[in-house]
Design a protein around this ligand. Sequence first.
Ligand SMILES: Nc1nc2c(ncn2[C@@H]2O[C@H](COP(=O)(O)OP(=O)(O)OP(=O)(O)O)[C@@H](O)[C@H]2O)c(=O)[nH]1
Ligand SMILES: [Mg+2]
Length: 483
Amino acid sequence: MSSRLRLLLAAVGLLAFVWLLLAALDRALALAQRFMGLPAGMRWLLGLVLLLLALAGVAFGVWWLRPRKPRAPVTAPDRASLEARIEKLREAETDVEELRNELGELDRRRASARMYLAVFGEISTGKSTLIAALVPGATPARDARGGTTREVATYDTTVDGQDWTVADVPGSSEADGEARERMAREEALRAHAVVYVCAGDLTRTQGEELRWLGDFGKPLVLAVNKADQWHADELDRILDHVREQAGGIPDAVVAISAGGEERFTRHLADGSTEDVTRRRAANVRPLRDALDRLLAPGAAALETQRENAVLAGLHERTGERERAYRDEEAQRIVRRYARRAIVGAMAAVAPGSDLVIQGALATGMVRALASLHDVRVTDVEIDSLLRQVRMTLRTGTSVVLAIAGNALKAFPGLGTLGGGVLHAFAYALIFDSFGRALAATLAERHALDQDDASARMRELLGDAGTARLRQLAELTGEALRNR
Ligand SMILES: Nc1nc2c(ncn2[C@@H]2O[C@H](COP(=O)(O)OP(=O)(O)OP(=O)(O)O)[C@@H](O)[C@H]2O)c(=O)[nH]1
Ligand SMILES: [Mg+2]
């Protein structure tokens, strides 16, 4: 663009701005004049309203710009309640060995009075190399291929009179590494402090992992490794960016060079070549300093956060077991009641009559499922739920009977069982759909949400996959033969 054109544009812009300014001034003056023309009472009222609006605006600004509190650390349930839950699972013959071992490890580490440090991060970021530099004398497995550290390996050492155990945990974010990643995370929870190693800008997964670690509130250092790869100004830029990405979650962000070995091919004077392995110079001083500062309170002082993190992790894992146990138990309950409904149907149903859900059985199933999920239900609630279920059935009878009819054709063995099988199968489908629907509602909402249960039931009644129909056909056949 020529300078003349630019000058012209600037002049036009300036004129437009001045014109706008004058127009705004004119408008303000006109408003002021009208304001002054108002009766005194109105003037006061309007003035008050304007003042209130201005105050509200200021208050909103202050609230918006308030300093944000850092996220509160994850809260864990107390140990006694966790132990009680684990004991309950054990009584239900669930394998809880792993959970109890974790509690044992918690105590063992507390009693040892050692400082536990976990080195955590994605594959090949240099964790094993870093430990070798940080804990002289240790020789962890190192390799240029991703995923060399398969198991949690620990190294004992003494730093300034304090006994340390450093854990080298398997690299996360590796294909097929889900179990390994879980192991890594569990080890990170067991440590007093965590060093998160990366080798450049953080990826989204790394950012998430860092946030997850940060939520436990234990000392956390983000170490940007392989600093030797960059020039000083480039490193500064990367560090700034990583700090920004980390968003204040780690207690410190440091650049280090763990060292490691590099291989290259040397060309000799006689024209031949040889492969040479050379150690890179290591510099982990900034990490050492950060750790000295963060771990200064000592293992005992950092024990509360460590215990909190372990218990929070255990709470998650126990919850998973509880859910799995409840799912299985709910299936058993539904099957038991479906079987009873089949037998009951054969005894009571006059062919051609409506499908009326058997009240006592249905009530029994609702109670059993609610009690499994620790949800209290009253008789009134159960009655109301059953009323809604009956209504759903009234409109769905033909669908259910059609499905049952098709099932009789698809599984010819059922036909040999005599009359009434159609209804028996229909009841199997009804109880199975009702039971599954209710179990899902209870598991998800921890309440007897009757609308949700009915909606799920309608869906399950109309859409019974082949596998489910086969199961129900088998159940019907079995129940009728053993009658
Ligand atoms: N340039 C450079 N390379 C490094 C540095 N530290 C480690 N490396 C190299 O990075 C590669 C991976 O190092 P490891 O220590 O095995 O990485 P890791 O994180 O333990 O890997 P996994 O156990 O597989 O997750 C090796 O080739 C190291 O030589 C460093 O400071 N600078
Ligand atoms: Mg490793």
